[in-house]
Design a binder for this molecule. Sequence first.
Ligand SMILES: C[S@@+](CC[C@H](N)C(=O)[O-])C[C@H]1O[C@@H](n2cnc3c(N)ncnc32)[C@H](O)[C@@H]1O
Length: 410
Amino acid sequence: MSPIHLPPLGMREPGPPSKGPGFAHVCHKWAHGDRLEQRGARNLHYPVRVTTAGPSTTGMASSYTANSDFQRDSAASAIPQINELVAAVLHRNTDRAFTLVDYGTGPGSSGLALFATVINEVRQADSAREVTVVHQDLPGNAWGDLLTRLRQDPDSYLAGDAPPPVLAAVGSFYRRSLPPGSVHFGMSFMAAHWLSVQERPLIRSSAALVDADSAEELRIAADAATDWQEFWRCREDELASGGAIIVKCIGSLEDRRKSTSHGLLEMLGGAFQAAAEAGLISQQAADGYVLSEYPRTESEARAPFDAGLVRQLRLDSAEVHPEPDPYRAQYEEDRDASGYARALVGFVRAFTESSVRRYLVHHRAGAADPGQTVDDVVDWIYRWCQDRWSTDPESHPFEAWTLTVIAHRV
Ligand SMILES: C[S@@+](CC[C@H](N)C(=O)[O-])C[C@H]1O[C@@H](n2cnc3c(N)ncnc32)[C@H](O)[C@@H]1O
């Protein structure tokens, strides 16, 4: 196989138009060759220009539903809070309509039981309220899978006697997705950490944004702050008076010592590095891959509220708390290392594969050799992770610190 190369100097990836001032579209990194040789050096400088453009994800892999126990458990643990929030909305808002929106809904695997919870709660409290369900996600979401689940899953809220109308809001949640003042209850699970664009720091042996060097770290934090502000500005517009929203996404401890999925993304970065060493991809391509999701700290989560940027919203709470790892729990029980490795790789692959594949396609994997496909490289990368976890289940554990933010509109 011949190596995959980064695009020529100055070439931009196709992506969405500019978000506006302050948003870094092009980041220049210039050569300091000696740094490449430093043992353990992670943040690298090449004589190439690396671009920051293109969306961070176009949706999850088709394996997502079968490999999202963690996301499902995390969403389900919010049911008591959701019940309380819905009761509060019904108390504060007397509209006849009740519109429920799931932002970054994905194929619907985590949310279905929650929708039923909210719908029942509303109808029991006030049978006159007309509930409408809205699924919000990017155009590349697995919409077909979602519709199939809605029709076929016994947990689907459409399975009941009085199925509510269902709408799709297609687009980015960094833009307004619904008419002003129309949303009574919003929820978002494991989605709001995906940045609006693909960041491109160069990091050796890690695919985690938190491993970027200090200069890049500041720029990335600024991009993430801008996204977070936009997310909340849009929800401020969309929420009806008295409406509420709960957002659960990946988080980070205040000192960034720990953040969700760090170990997993180090493993994935290790696989890219191994692929470079095996001659499957170039070193530059290996160092350039990063998953553009940002684990926020509690203070970052509070920032737009504290700064008075969303004056019509009240922040009820913002907390980062550890979340259990279902794959590890299973391993503790059965000590089946290969089963553990398979489950963990299934989980990682489900939320990273579309980004890995898109990156490799972009960098023209296989263009030089028709015998080499992107599929081969993608499979090789995940097989490498699986072998490592199978031989050493203690390495690179999945650790999760979930950020939960609850707010309501005055
Ligand atoms: C890990 S999945 C979570 C799906 C589902 N909420 C769950 O808990 O299983 C992340 C979802 O966020 C969506 N997403 C990422 N960025 C988005 C954006 N800017 N606007 C809307 N959806 C986005 C992805 O397409 C994907 O469906």
